[in-house]
Design a protein around this ligand. Structure first.
Ligand code: SF4
Length: 328
């Protein structure tokens, strides 16, 4: 089996670990707005926003989201551009497209009511087993584990299995939540531990379960090395056409790839760095995009439109920063 720690009906060290983790969570959990609701729509939006985006970035967008889209019906009826606009600054815009499509599915097939069972949730675009587990446990109290990147890391370390496969992790996650007695709090606590003490560089000295973890104090160097993925430098020329009355010329990015579906000035991808400093460098998880602004005169060519006010469309944060540095 995977580990001796959690065998035998989850008695002994495993239940002690569960108690230690739950007690730590109750005392030290961050006070976050989505932890004050069991409304599936709110939980769903928070879970999708929190995928690949920091909590500090999500907080203002989460609050603003419900001003624009107070319910699923409003979201489903909105234009995609409005949804992308509300998503601005969160990155990975594919998530916004999935949310929009899922809302339309819910209106069409679920009478506008977010589904209460996992199987139906899994039919919604952008919702996988882990996200469905989170929503179901938080809103309906089911024993459905979360297994996002943070929780995978925690479980693998607890059991001293750095190369464990997902299938085995799902089993371990199910055993652990079954033994917890409090599925909603358990999932929150696991996610909190992975986001705080048990990050890629773990703080085992401050970890509430360091007495029940097979990797405690042995993972720092290996963990940091294993989790580091090289960042690729890319160089893009950004062609700026401005007009006193009409504004700036923008085109829509392709439906796939970086900044998919967002609006930017025309961009040329360069094969190497030009002989000039970049106007702005924008960081993505695995990309460092060097942006070089180039001011052009004359009538722009190709698809696009004049935009008098860039606040009306969804632009990538990197382009906003470039425009600020290049005359607003
Ligand atoms: S003891 Fe260290 S490796 Fe184990 S769960 Fe805690 S922080 Fe992670």
């Amino acid at each position: 089996m995977f580990s001796v720690l959690c065998d035998e009906q989850f008695s002994g060290p495993c239940s002690s670990r569960a108690q230690a983790l739950l007690a730590w969570y109750r005392k030290h959990a961050r006070d976050l707005p989505w932890r004050h609701t069991v409304d599936p729509y709110h939980i769903w939006i928070s879970e999708i926003m929190l995928q690949q985006t920091q909590v500090a970035t999500v907080l203002p967008r989460y609050a603003a989201w419900f001003d624009v889209f107070p319910d699923i019906a409003t979201l489903a009826a909105a234009r995609l551009d409005a949804v992308l606009k509300a998503w601005e600054g969160l990155g990975y815009y594919r998530r916004a497209r999935f949310i929009h499509a899922a809302a339309q599915y819910v209106v069409e097939h679920q009478a506008g009511v977010f589904p209460g069972d996992v199987d139906t949730m899994l039919k919604l675009p952008g919702i996988g087993r882990s996200t469905a587990g989170a929503i179901s446990s938080f809103c309906f109290g089911t024993y459905t584990p979360v297994l996002d990147g943070n929780v995978k890391r925690v479980l693998a370390r607890w059991h001293g299995l750095p190369d464990v496969k997902d299938r085995a992790l799902w089993q371990l996650a199910q055993q652990a939540i079954d033994a917890s007695g409090e599925p909603d709090t358990w999932n929150q606590a696991m996610m909190e531990l992975g986001a705080t003490a048990c990050q890629p560089k773990p703080a085992c000295g401050h970890c509430p379960v360091n007495g029940f973890c097979e990797s405690s104090f042995h993972v720092a160097a290996a963990g940091a090395k294993r989790d580091s993925i090289p960042v690729l430098d890319v160089h893009w020329r950004v062609h700026l056409h401005r007009h006193a009355e009409r504004g700036i010329w923008l085109t829509r990015r392709p439906e796939t790839g970086i900044w998919a579906g967002l609006w930017t000035p025309p961009i040329t991808e360069l094969s190497e760095a030009p002989d000039m400093p970049p106007t702005h460098i924008h960081l993505l998880t695995h990309r460092r995009i060097h942006l070089y602004a180039e001011l052009l005169v004359g009538q722009p060519e190709g698809d696009g439109q004049w935009v008098p006010d860039t606040r009306t469309l969804a632009l990538p944060t990197g382009i906003h920063r470039l425009l600020e540095k290049h005359g607003g």
